[in-house]
Ligand binder design. Sequence first.
Ligand code: PEP
Length: 253
Amino acid sequence: MRIRIAAANWKLNQSYSEGINLANSITNLLGNFSDESTKIILATPFIHLHGIAEIFKRAFGLHVAAQNCSLYTSGAFTGEVSAEMIRSTGAEYVILGHSERRNIFGETDEMIAQKIKLALAAGLNPIFCCGEKLEERNQSHHFQVVRNQLMIALKDLTPQQVSEIVIAYEPVWAIGTGLTATPDEAQEMHKFIRSEIATFAGASQAESISILYGGSCNAKNASTLFAMPDVDGGLIGGASLIAEDFIKIVHSL
Ligand code: PEP
């Protein structure tokens, strides 16, 4: 069964108490949510992971994610947080390969591939982000760019490991810009990603993997994007910081 997912990416926002309040508001607004084919994931700063995982223990279909993990497992790496440490908080997911990590912090495809392996080994499900920059789309290189990103990220994984990953297609030109891919543009790329997964990992993995759209997705445009057959939900930045807006997005799944 393909799971539909609304994942919030809080980025570098929310003090500890603000984050706990936001998670509580989302839980309260959701009420008696119970749908086995739907998941709601909050990707928070590290400081919130354990507190929110404790709140979500009592709720159905709610999960916590980190936004990054270390390339290292332990030792003298000041300021780093390993995949195993993240898992020990109760978090079940980790975003890897976000364009902000690639472009601001210099993460390469190879580093991201290594982090995916560490996350899987620690029992975390990676939410792997891929997507092209504007100039790459303008030069019609977007399919090749995304194919390369997928190929490097997935090449050493078994089909079983691939099935533990969530893919987020996030065109870089749409992130935080207010420019959203059209539903047709999103569908075209999601269908392409699914066909690439079929080549790497097999048809049944491709059919069951969740592929999320991210990039200025909001309470107004979510339902038309999510109506496309290969769009299984969204990774939501800005609009996920307002509980009511995020809940509208959840109800658009
Ligand atoms: C993101 O950062 O993953 C994202 C999709 O951001 P926004 O929704 O703000 O474009």
